[in-house]
Design a protein around this ligand. Structure first.
Ligand code: HEM
Length: 489
């Protein structure tokens, strides 16, 4: 037995009820407008009830709907299609957010008005029977619309909760309904979700098409649905304006009407970049050890060559033309020796011995050592916690680079435990900039390409930092050191 049949049987809605209702219709029809007007007057007198209407036009439209409703109520047929139309009313009332209490109270007023008309216009006995039947059908109508109202409202509340949870998740999640539309989505704070996309649109509206394609997401979703298992796409690469972005995508089949499928996107770009850096660092470390071994091997023969050159040079007369050649060879040997020293300096672990020192005096000593003509700017002084030898070596390196770049060179002390070494040269080109601190990257024709790499290594070993600042003119390097512990922050 259908639900509707069951309801009719329960209240014993039989042939005689149908006849009573049909007989009541002509009486009520002549008062229809008055009843409907009264119905809406009462609604409009209650602010919360009135609030569900958009405008007066809607009220007028609904008056006609109510007249039709009343006609069907009294004339039937009270079949399954009737039941379904009544059920629909409940869902519509949820959609327009009508508080549930108004359905019961409004039905009471409607029923009362119809009964009053019947009592005023029909024979007493007949009126009694008609009113019993009106009461039955009004209750049946109320039951039909309330059942769907409850169901739809529960649904609406669940969806609101789902939206709230998903929207505020600290990860990127898209929840799809059975039609494949996005039912809820995380707040589009991530750089991934299209901020223009709105709930109710397909996945394509939210995610870049290239990502969907490269991850073959459609196939993954199909697989997840078919197997009922979580499917993970471990890596999907997206190239965006020349930059690579990496994602892990997980598809979770939920098989629930509200949430059919969950798509979770995790950006791994930083992790992938860190992995690459770690691998590079590892291979650099291996090369470093190798280079240090070779440097050791080269050092002794170099010393022997240098000594031999000196002996030969000393045995030649001052005006001997071969002396010029020997000097050139000597220059190259000297260069090689510097390269070997730098290589050893770069590959050897730094042995830091930080101590409390004055930044200004460190800078002054380094300037004196460098032999570079430098202007020392900035009145501030600061107690730093640094290794004087390493700091001095770093400053000397940077000063010599600055001098080689050409133009005036200056050091600016402060703010705090920092100093900047600037020159007026051509600056650092964009191509070199990102790799400037890598070994063997140099802008000079005669450098070993290790000076900046060593300088950064030393400053970082002391707990400080070395960076190239952005600027228009020449190059400007900033050394950041640790503030001495007893200094106020
Ligand atoms: C006896 C109680 C009620 C009955 C029988 C009833 C009946 C109906 C019907 C038949 C519809 C059209 C449904 C459809 O589109 O299929 C409807 C919609 C609506 N009802 Fe009711 N209703 C009742 C109570 C109320 C109350 C108390 C209010 C307001 C406080 C109200 C406000 C509305 C609104 C705003 C719509 C939507 C109209 C639209 O689509 O523009 N109803 N109702």
């Amino acid at each position: 037995m259908s639900v509707w049949q069951d309801m009719l049987t329960y209240v014993d809605f039989c042939e005689s009820d149908q006849e009573n209702l049909r007989a009541a219709w002509p009486l009520i029809e002549s008062h229809q407008q008055t009843i409907v007007t009264h119905f809406y007057d009462i609604i409009l007198g209650h602010p919360d009830a009135r609030a569900v209407f958009d405008d007066q036009a809607q009220v007028l439209r609904l008056q006609n709907t109510m007249k039709q409703w009343m006609k069907e109520l009294l004339l039937g047929p009270w079949d399954e299609a009737y039941f379904q139309r009544r059920q629909r009313i409940g869902r519509v009332h949820v959609r327009i957010r009508l508080p549930e209490r108004y359905m019961f109270t409004a039905m009471n007023r409607m029923r009362q008005d119809m009964i009053d008309v019947v009592f005023d216009n029909a024979e007493k006995d007949q009126a009694k029977e008609m009113c019993r039947s009106i009461s039955k059908i009004a209750d049946l109508d109320l039951a039909a619309m309330t059942s769907t109202y409850m169901e739809a409202r529960e649904w609406q509340q669940l969806r609101t909760l789902q939206d709230l949870i998903i929207h505020n998740m600290p990860v990127t999640v898209l929840c799809l309904d059975a039609d494949g539309q996005v039912a809820s989505a995380t707040a589009p704070g991530t750089r991934l979700l299209n901020p223009q996309a709105t709930v109710g649109q397909p996945l394509e509206a939210f995610l870049p098409p290239e990502l969907l394609e490269v991850a073959n997401l459609e196939a993954a979703m199909e697989r997840a649905q078919r197997s009922g298992r979580v499917v993970t796409i471990p890596r999907a690469l997206l190239i965006e304006q020349g930059n690579d972005r990496h994602f892990r995508i997980t598809v979770v089949p939920l098989a629930h009407e509200l949430a059919h499928m969950l798509v979770h996107l995790e950006e791994l770009t930083d992790v992938v970049h860190a992995e690459v850096r770690a691998q590079q660092a590892e291979s650099l470390a291996r090369i470093g050890t190798l280079a240090a071994n070779i440097a050791h091997e080269i050092r002794n023969p170099l010393a022997a060559i240098s000594a031999t050159l000196q002996v030969i040079g000393g045995s030649l007369a001052t005006d001997d033309r071969r002396k010029v050649v020997l000097e050139k060879v000597g220059d190259q040997v000297f260069r090689l020796d510097r390269l070997v020293s730098d290589l050893l300096g770069y590959s050897r672990p730094a042995q830091v011995s930080n101590q409390v020192t004055e930044l200004r005096s460190l800078a002054r000593d380094a300037v004196a050592q460098s032999g570079v003509d430098v202007e020392l700017r900035g009145e501030q002084d600061c107690q730093v916690f640094a290794d004087p030898q390493y700091t001095s070596q770093v400053i000397v390196n940077l000063l010599q680079n600055a001098r080689d770049a050409g133009g005036p060179v200056w050091i600016e002390l402060g703010p705090g435990p920092t100093l900047r070494i600037c020159d007026s040269g051509p600056g650092v080109s964009a191509e070199v900039r990102d790799r400037l601190f890598e070994p063997f990257v140099t802008t000079k024709t005669r450098g070993t390409g290790l000076g900046l790499a060593i300088s950064r290594k030393y400053t970082e070993a002391m707990g400080g930092s070395l960076e190239l600042l952005d600027g228009d003119g020449g190059a400007c390097f900033r050394i950041g050191l640790l503030r001495a512990p007893h200094e106020a922050p």
